[in-house]
Design a binder for this molecule. Structure first.
Ligand code: C2O
Ligand code: CU
Length: 544
């Protein structure tokens, strides 16, 4: 414990020595860093109390040897018995919370490395948000206390450790969070066995069933990890038995880097009822839906009319244009690997088997939720959006040409509390490439291009996530859509709901509107391609 404390202090002094931390946030006290473990607050009266432990374990995923994993294990100390539901495999228990509940999570680290837990999508105070500065060491405890301010929806939790988010999440440190509220309960959406979580992840295994992470060095890292085995709820070859009626599917992409293009094998359109953070205003149908890392989508799926005994397979469909393209050794714009599933190739995800007949089925509600559609009139900076520039110069994925610094914020990253801000997320490499006459690139033929190399700007899709409150998408602008592969993904973006992660395609500019209310402090924003996050494609906003 002591060694850890000294480490932390040394780390902090190091940051401070650069001057940036101290200059950017003089109020940040050393005393803060000294308080490495915290205590439950007696003023906080929890409705729900959970003990959550991160530990190493072994689970059976493939036939044969058990797979060594990291796991969250939960124990309910107080609150409704339905608060925790188990998930198969390595996934942590699902936390089923109610809007307005006061939640205390007593988190223990039993791993041999430091870790910290982040409640992805939830609007909580800075100290409860799982910033890497609050990581705890083996044997230490961190008490999270927050009120559930979010509306009904599907969120998740995961490790957020400095430069180790990708490896810890990959090894299993993730779980779902569902939230319900009164508005949602009135809708009588499919519940219980008809409300199914679908966590999609890709993994790679050794011949004795152990998890295999990056193997091919820097270029694989910059592209992001892509596994050759799809796991659904931590299991392989998943077949889900269903009845001839409507279901609510909560799909969540828990992969490090893989982007899915969800589509039914028989071409049936998908009916979305919810996005990352909340239900949509009304159901919307899509020919396919893009689901980038960290994104969630809730579907209304009606199996009535299907033949008992038949199957319906959900696929990831073919698409192009999201992978890095540049000269040099990079193989193929679709990230094809000798032995893997390329990014953008077509493969089955999960099979639904119509196992039983039933005649009762709920009706799809025409209206799901009510919320204010944010416009320029609501924002503090209609003409001066905050800019988040995405670039990958010299193999370094960056935000506004800066890498992550634990406590630093630049001028453009300071946000007054209780304001609503317009934020423009821009792919910078694209503009640069145009200016330099490096040519367009269609994302398919990257391997053949010459004259680039490591110093060249690369263009690839980034799923950008902002901590704190959910945001709305105001606009998407694509330059140079022709031949970019954009037409293979563009009809799969849901732009009408509350989001906390948005996929920004090469050459794209996405403008969002996001409230920064209630809480002050450091809130992260980053690429949720977890390899990029760990490489430093992350920064802080200081809300004050
Ligand atoms: Cu999923 Cu910074 O988080
Ligand atoms: Cu990225």
């Amino acid at each position: 414990m002591m060694a850890h404390f000294d480490d932390k202090r040394r780390q902090f002094l190091q940051f401070a020595a650069f001057g940036t931390a101290a200059a950017a946030w003089p109020g940040f006290a050393l005393a803060e860093m000294a308080k490495m473990t915290n205590a439950p607050s007696s003023a906080f009266k929890p409705d729900v109390e959970i003990e959550l432990t991160a530990r190493a374990g072994a689970v059976s995923i493939k036939p044969g040897a058990a797979t060594r994993v990291f796991q969250y294990q939960g124990k309910l100390l107080k609150g409704p018995a339905s608060t925790l539901t188990g998930m198969p495999g390595y996934l942590g228990p699902t936390l089923n919370l109610v809007h307005g509940q006061k939640v205390r999570i007593i988190f223990y680290n039993q791993l041999a490395e430091s870790t910290v837990a982040h409640w992805h999508g939830l609007h909580v105070p800075q100290k409860m948000d799982g910033h890497p500065m609050y990581a705890i060491n083996r044997g230490e405890r961190y008490v999270y206390e927050f009120e559930v301010k979010n509306p009904a929806g599907t969120n998740w939790y995961h490790a957020h450790t400095h430069e180790m988010t990708a490896t810890q999440v990959y090894q299993g440190l993730a779980g779902l969070i569902t939230i319900t509220d009164e508005q949602e309960q009135k809708l009588e959406l499919p519940s219980g066995e008809y409300d199914l979580p679908i966590v999609i992840q890709d993994r790679r295994f050794t011949s004795d069933n152990q998890l295999l992470y990056l193997q091919h060095g820097m270029q694989e890292r910059i592209r992001g990890f892509l596994g050759d085995t799809i796991l659904i709820n931590g299991q392989i070859d998943r077949i889900i038995p269903v009845k001839t009626r409507a279901y609510r599917l909560r799909l969540f992409n828990g992969s490090n880097s893989r982007i899915y293009k969800l589509g039914w094998e028989d071409g049936t359109p998908l009916t979305a009822i919810g996005t990352d953070g909340a239900l949509l205003e009304k159901p919307e149908t899509f020919p396919y839906i893009m689901l980038a890392p960290a994104e969630r989508v809730e579907l209304w799926v009606d199996f009535s009319g299907r033949e008992p005994g038949s199957d319906l397979v959900l696929h990831s469909l073919e698409y192009h244009g999201v992978m890095p393209h540049m000269g040099g050794g990079m193989r193929g714009g679709r990230g094809m690997m000798r032995d893997g599933l390329g990014q953008g190739s077509k493969f089955p995800l999960v099979k639904f088997h119509i196992a039983g007949k039933t005649s009762e089925s709920p009706q799809l509600p025409p209206v799901l939720s009510k919320f204010k559609r944010l416009t320029d009139r609501d924002v503090a900076n209609p003409d001066k959006p905050i800019q988040i520039g995405l670039s990958m110069m010299h193999m370094s994925p960056e935000l506004n040409h800066r890498s992550f610094e634990m406590l630093a914020v630049s001028e453009g990253e300071k946000i007054p509390v209780d304001t609503i801000q317009k934020i423009k997320i821009v792919q910078e490499d694209h503009a640069m490439r145009g200016r330099r006459g490096m040519g367009g690139g269609d994302g398919r033929e990257g391997g053949g291009r010459r004259g680039g190399g490591m110093g060249m700007m690369m263009s690839m899709a980034h799923p950008i996530h902002l901590h704190g409150q959910q945001f709305q998408i105001l606009s998407r602008l694509i330059q140079d859509q022709h031949g970019s592969g954009y037409e293979t993904v563009k009809d799969g973006f849901i732009n009408s709901g509350w989001k906390d992660t948005v996929l920004v395609m090469p050459g794209e500019e996405v403008t969002i509107i996001k409230p920064f209310q209630d809480y002050t402090g450091l809130y992260l924003y980053h690429c949720h391609n977890l390899e990029h996050e760990d490489m430093g494609m992350m920064r802080n906003f200081l809300v004050s």
